[in-house]
Design a protein around this ligand. Sequence first.
Ligand code: IMP
Length: 198
Amino acid sequence: MKKLVFATNNNHKIKEMKAILSGSFEILSLSDINCFEEIAETSDTLAGNAEQKANWIKDNFQVDCFADDTGLEVEYLGGAPGVYSARYAGENVSYSDNNEKLLKNLQSATNRKAAFKTVICLKLDGETYFFYGEVQGKIIEENRGTSGFGYDPIFIPEGYNLTFAELGDSIKNEISHRAKATKKLIEFLSSRNEPSDL
Ligand code: IMP
């Protein structure tokens, strides 16, 4: 099976991506290629961060790869936390610290609309490509559910009554922002018919 490096240290994302791409590609993590760096994400856009991570791996390991960046945009907060979703409550905080801060900032909000947005940057044969995915939904008032990660326990996708954390991996991996961006990545790779060999 063809191999592609996914430039992330997030085991949840690797697991999701392996499930989504199973049968199409063998996904290698950074630890699989002996990369243990904390790759910088200093851009103020999702696409900029995804490209920064993918470029770093391409430059340092000379492999074809892809990286993603995701943000949760909350309408009432003017799009925050957005590109700063990982450190909404500060540097080195836990997922529950971020969720707690978000729930607090939405305490008096009646408009609780939100969207997860993912950008994937692919570096293949010297070219750069971007793929987008988003899912609309809303932020509820308390944590519900135990699967997934990050803001999953407080986000209900449109058309459902359960949070991503209650819906579980198999449904999330069908409908999520990352799944949509990844499907576009797969279609692109399949159409090229010559995916990356390490
Ligand atoms: P990253 O920079 O792409 O790792 O994502 C930034 C932050 O967004 C993460 O630290 C999580 O808090 C959150 N996040 C990313 N993807 C998801 C998801 O699928 N569900 C819930 N939260 C997510």
